[in-house]
Write a protein that binds this ligand. Structure first.
Ligand code: FES
Length: 563
């Protein structure tokens, strides 16, 4: 790859000299000097939006990245892409991750830039940017917006969004009143940045750093910390270094670095959503993230990080404790040390530098883990022939081996209408089943954390086995089987479950089974009527082309990267 600056990728008028002359004259209208017009161009993909609180600090970060590019002699050019604010999108942000990935890929490719810095943070934005960057495959640096700092309520620290769910559960159970929940609402998300716990955004930030496409030490810096601006400036400089000595995303994101990322995902007790996103990211590099591989890594990787939703601390504690660098040093014997990062360093070289201090309350030593095995596993069984995901670190151990009666909700609407019906026939030993919330049926919303029916919540029930083809927020917890594939809408066995059927979950055997004869399951599936499909626009494209969860819910025509 040669640096071309603003002369790269000329608009096609059938006369290249004219195209360059026209581009340069229009560039002059932006007041660019001759020196800058001759400089390498670093694009800055800035996913800013008034509908994305997690990206509130974007203008400062853009300014700092630009500073780094300018100081290294380059021309920074900011460009917008779609921004996905998790709680502002309907029906679910997941539906738009692939759209943002396409936007990012195409704008990187279509505009003249020699390298790109991608700034994202909220759950779907970093996966989308990495998918796009891998497919465009020009030198790229990922920068995250960083996690929120905590608030407080009556002497207790609060952070979005594990505490949001905890207090909402208490409110539903009648343990706190509506005036208190209103006060809490104002104290959960009090700074710029992404959710304050090891949810999906934080997990993806740790994964980006482990993959080597974000700068070392940059994942966990709080959004409001001055070090975040320094990391932004350094990201601009790193992009310029990549212009001089290109290292492409597909040289950084390889089977070995994905294996390292899976190790870190397990060790930090990361989000179930990260499995889907990492599968999609790996898929863009032509790497298949199989569930057997996931289980092999989970069974041999300890959980070392004590953060909510599975433990105690918040991301600001993780940063102060040593962050991803400290985790990588503990995992060193399990990692591929010969992978290369965007600075051209091997992981082994990075880890030779000693950290001055690690807070062992937050990041445990390898020999003293929180648990011997990883937080996430894949399940198989006749209910999930292509697999399902289970976060054992966030589940109730006494439900790990459980047989119960299915209480079935056919759709999300059915769930909303009946879950709190006092007449609902349900006990704490039953298994709540949600169908038709998978990628094709509903865009795969975070509805897999089915609420405990109000009458049971009020009787003190805190957890039940819940199963679905949906996802769950990375900040949630409970005995929840997710991502069942194939989903019900395409005729997966989940579609055959009826009220009262016995279901067995076995974490020891890594299985989820419907205890109904195979003949009866086949007979029921033969009668299955798929839900109606959208006929126009992006929803129709999505429904037609989205893959199942084990393939990352990418579009089938985008996996595998650029031609
Ligand atoms: Fe953006 Fe949680 S809502 S990271």
């Amino acid at each position: 790859m040669t640096k071309k600056g603003i002369a790269g990728g000329l608009t096609n008028y059938g006369d290249q000299d004219f195209s360059l002359y026209l581009r340069r004259s229009f560039a002059r209208s932006m007041g660019l000097s001759d020196r800058l017009m001759a400089a390498p161009v670093v694009g800055i993909a800035a996913a800013q939006s008034g509908f994305n609180n997690c990206h509130r600090a974007m203008p400062e970060l853009v300014e700092a990245v630009s500073r780094g590019v300018l100081a290294a002699g380059g021309l920074p050019r900011v460009f917008p892409t779609i921004s996905l604010g998790e709680v502002f999108l309907s029906p679910t942000s997941m539906m738009f991750r692939n759209l943002m990935a396409m936007d990012t890929e195409e704008m990187i490719r279509a505009q003249p830039m020699d390298a790109v810095v991608l700034i994202g943070g909220c759950d779907k934005t970093v996966p989308a940017q990495l998918m796009g960057a891998l497919s465009a495959n020009i030198p790229a640096v990922q920068l995250v917006t960083g996690p929120m700092s905590t608030g407080s309520h009556k002497g207790e620290r609060l952070g979005a969004c594990t505490d949001c769910r905890r207090f909402w559960g208490q409110y539903r159970a009648g343990e706190i009143e509506s005036d208190e929940i209103e006060v809490i609402e104002g104290r959960l998300a009090v700074t710029s940045g992404t959710c304050a716990v090891m949810g999906t955004a934080s997990t993806m930030a740790c994964i980006a750093e482990t993959l080597g496409i974000a700068l070392p030490g940059s994942a966990a810096i709080p959004s409001v910390h001055s070090a975040r601006l320094l990391a932004a400036e350094a990201s601009g400089r790193a992009a310029m270094a990549l212009v001089e000595k290109p290292i492409l995303p597909r040289q950084v994101i390889t089977e070995k670095s994905v294996a390292n990322a899976l190790r870190v995902l397990m060790a930090v007790g990361g989000s179930t959503n990260a499995v889907i996103h990492l599968a999609a990211i790996a898929g863009r590099a032509g790497i298949k993230l199989s569930y057997d591989w996931l289980n092999e890594i989970s069974d041999t990787t300890p959980v070392l990080v004590d953060l909510k939703p599975v433990g105690e601390g918040y991301m600001e504690d993780f940063f102060a404790a040593g962050g991803v660098g400290a985790v990588l040093r503990e995992l060193k014997p399990l990692l591929h040390l010969d992978v290369t990062d965007i600075e051209g360093r091997s992981l082994g070289e990075r880890l030779e530098e000693n950290l001055d201090w690690v807070d062992r309350k937050v990041i445990r030593e390898f020999a003293n883990p929180i648990s011997q095995t990883g937080g996430l596993i894949a399940l198989k069984g006749n209910l999930a022939p292509l697999g399902a995901i289970f976060k054992r670190a966030a589940a109730t151990q006494k439900l790990f081996e459980h047989k119960g009666r299915a209480v079935v909700f056919e759709t999300l609407e059915d769930l909303a209408n009946r879950i709190d019906d006092p007449a609902l026939d349900v006990t704490a030993d039953d298994i709540l089943v949600l169908k038709n919330a998978g990628p094709k049926a509903a865009g795969m919303p975070e509805a897999g954390y089915l609420p405990i029916p109000r009458k049971l919540a009020r009787a003190g029930v805190k957890d039940m086995v819940r199963i679905s083809d949906a996802r769950m927020s990375g900040t949630a917890f409970g005995t929840v089987v997710l991502h069942i594939a194939p989903e019900a809408a395409v005729g997966g066995p989940l579609a055959a479950v009826r009220n009262g059927d016995p279901i067995r979950l076995s974490v020891a055997d890594k299985r989820i089974d419907l205890l109904v004869s195979e003949d009866e399951i086949k007979r029921r599936l033969a009668e299955h009527v798929p839900p109606p499909v959208p006929s126009r626009g992006y929803a129709a494209l999505y429904q037609r082309c989205v893959t199942q969860a084990p393939d990352g819910c990418d579009f089938d025509f985008l996996a595998g990267g650029a031609e």
